[in-house]
Every structure is written in C-alpha cells, then in structure tokens.
Design a protein around this ligand. Structure first.
Ligand code: ZN
Length: 220
C-alpha cells in the first residue's frame, strides 16, 4: 500500500532525527532558484545545497513574465527581505513545456506561458531550424533560459539602482540530476548583460552545431 505524505515525513524524521530542526535553523537562503514545475527538476538537489538555502519559485517552463504577480512578489521578497546573493534561472533538458512551445501550431489560441516560449522560438528561428530535430528542443531549452535571465535583469534594474547586491545566472540541469550546465551568463548589472548575452547565444549555437557534427541523428 502506498504510504501517505505524513507517513513519509515521519519516516524521514525517523531516519534523520535532526533534519527538520536543521531546516528551521537555516532561515537565510543565499539563492533564489527559478525552475520548471516539472517533477524531475529538484532545485536543492541540483544546486548541491541544503533545501533551506534555496528560495524557490517554480512555474511551467521556468518563465519570468513581468506581469506575473506571483513571480514578481517572490522576486521582491528574495531581494529585499532575504537579500539573496544569486538568482538562478534553471532550465532542464527535455522540458515538456518548451517542447509544447517548439511544436505548437501557429495561429492557434494559446495560453500566455506558451506564447512566451513560442516568441522565443520565433526570435531564434534561423538558429533552431539550422539544427536537426533531435537537437532543436535542447537548444530552445537553453535559449529560453537566456531570455528569462534578461527578464530577471529587467525586473532587477530598479533594485540595482537602489544598491542591492544580487547577481543573476542561467543554468541548465541535465537528465542526470548531478549535471549542472553553466550557460556562461552571470551578471549583476544591466551594463554587463548585453555582452554576456550575445556570447551565451553564440555558445548555444556553437555547442549544438558541434553536437550535430559529432553525433549522428537517431534512427527514425
Ligand atoms: Zn520543464
């Protein structure tokens, strides 16, 4: 018989009696983690840190939409109250949300979140279409993260102007939980964002082009 959540929490406590007390004592998260709601994306595990060190916001496709009041409230709390050091936007390969954005039919009514992913797909259409189908999803997952980093920076510009010290970084989680890919964009100001962003997009294109050359397409 499947155990309840309460049973499993009790079992966890029995195995590690001090675990939850430790979490209570760690009330100063150093990081904010914006990740996909996908059950395979486990933020604390990916970051190799204790859960209490990470303030987590999750949504479909790890999106940062400026009119999303839940996201903006979490961001403000993380920066002003928790004073986190770094905000990570963390995508993951094989993301179902990004897959939906990649393959959604044009011209059909779509939910807001999907339209944002579709907009990214359209913006990078030449790059995406230069890749074989089996690499397009991974490339769009990475590009989606880079776009969300830009959106976070836009939301943070007012905080930076007021002297808050917080950086933003874009990472990818691999199918293996232990794999964390730095997309090479870590910034603490709008001034450094543009240069890093251009370089990061170029690396996405280069990385997947090299994969295309070195890895044969899977059989149909
Ligand atoms: Zn996902």
């Amino acid at each position: 018989m499947t155990s309840s959540i309460a049973d499993r929490a009790h079992e966890a406590y029995e195995r590690r009696p001090g675990f939850f007390d430790t979490l209570v004592d760690q009330r100063a998260p150093r990081y904010m983690w914006i990740a996909c709601s996908d059950s395979r994306a486990r933020p604390g595990h990916f970051a190799c840190v204790q859960p209490a060190q990470v303030f987590v916001h999750r949504n479909t496709g790890n999106l940062v939409i400026r009119t999303d009041t839940h996201l903006t409230a979490d961001l403000r709390f993380a920066v002003e109250r928790l004073q986190v050091e770094t905000i990570f936007v963390a995508g993951h390969y094989g993301c179902s949300s990004v897959h939906a954005g990649l393959h959604a039919a044009a011209g059909q009514p779509q939910p807001t979140w999907l339209r944002h992913i579709q907009a990214t797909r359209r913006h990078y259409q030449p790059l995406i279409e230069s890749l074989p189908l089996h690499l397009q999803l991974d490339a769009l997952c990475e590009l989606n993260v880079l776009e969300q980093v830009v959106n976070v920076c836009t939301l943070l510009s007012g905080f930076w102007d007021r002297g808050y010290q917080v950086s933003v970084a874009g990472h990818m989680c691999g199918p293996d939980d232990s794999v964390l890919v730095d997309l090479g964009i870590t910034t603490d100001s709008c001034a450094s964002l543009l240069e890093q962003f251009v370089g990061a997009v170029e690396r996405v294109a280069r990385r997947h082009s090299l994969l295309h050359c070195s890895r044969p397409s899977p059989p149909l």
